[in-house]
Write a protein that binds this ligand. Sequence first.
Ligand code: NAP
Ligand code: ZN
Length: 347
Amino acid sequence: MIETKAYAAQNETTPLAPWTFDRREVGANDVQFDITYCGVCHSDLHQIKNDWFPGIFPMVPGHEIVGQVVKVGSHVTKFKVGDIAGTGCMVNSCRVCENCKQDLEQYCLKGSSQTYNGVEQDGKTPTYGGYSNTIVVNEDFVLHISDKLHLAAVAPLLCAGITTYSPLKHWKVGKGHKLAVLGLGGLGHMAVKFGVAFGAEVTVLSTSPKKEEDAKKLGAHHFVVTTDPAQLEAAKGTFDFILDTVSAPHDFNMYLGLLRTNGIHICVGVPPEPAQIEAFSLLGGRKSLAGSGIGGIAETQEMLDYCAANNIVSDIEIIDIKDIQAAYDRMVKGDVRYRFVIDMATL
Ligand code: NAP
Ligand code: ZN
């Protein structure tokens, strides 16, 4: 067993605190890498708070994990000691269902193994995430990271990056499209970067007027303050796509009204409560409400390679692990510019 230092939540009400646990020995097909940085996703907070479903505790959050390989199993072919490596939201899947066979492991019909707050494919061994000093992952779920990019700023690509890249690719969002990015946080700011890189005309829909300057610096062409009725009225019926990254309950019917005929509202944000959708909001203008979850391993590698080639990283604020609670508090207030990344040397 590999003794591992971590920060964990012991239940849904206590703050994160130091915790030690054992990871499995490096198996024949495993890669062990020491974690240098781990991004802080709003999903970490949702899961610690049991926002979506009762969690598995103690919970070590973190699924935007980067570091350096320290050991590889005897059958490992894709990695060697010293490589820079990363892991996102999944650490395994069944490999044989029709979705896994199409590189859509995130939609594994048996259920992919989440990096934390989940279980391995044996259905019982709990998984522990990246707020820790080292991790052991099957090599097929480890990503190669270019040494050209600032490593701390790469970490958020493993979740915020792929979660926004994948739907934009799937719906072929690009030149000639008007894309609205709803919510300028961790996912939202990556959606702006990718949307602009793919050639779309990008508008940020935000509740925070103070983020306008940042949105423009990120490349957005327009900025709409969603709490201003006049700005909302002017935006009605104008977008081909809305990529919805909002973490809190919000009025879908109002946002559906901003789409053009045949427009698509893509949910990636996961508010804790179900939404109320009026059929009229969809049928007037033949609109679609869709969703997308992270991305498959091959697509995640494609995204990382695209980012290395095009010099795309996340805009980050590096924090000490002891300040994680303060980071969560700021995240809840929408005050993230635009992803917290934990320096794991502070563990
Ligand atoms: P985040 O950094 O906290 O950003 C969320 C943004 O939503 C905020 O910055 C804020 O932007 C906006 N917002 C918050 N409350 C709002 C409200 N009541 N009404 C309208 N806008 C509001 O969070 P994140 O890490 O980007 O994650 C966003 C969501 O995506 C979370 O629910 C997370 O769990 C989910 N997620 C899903 C996947 C997936 O696979 N689909 C993957 C990762 C994360 P403004 O200040 O601009 O309004
Ligand atoms: Zn995430």
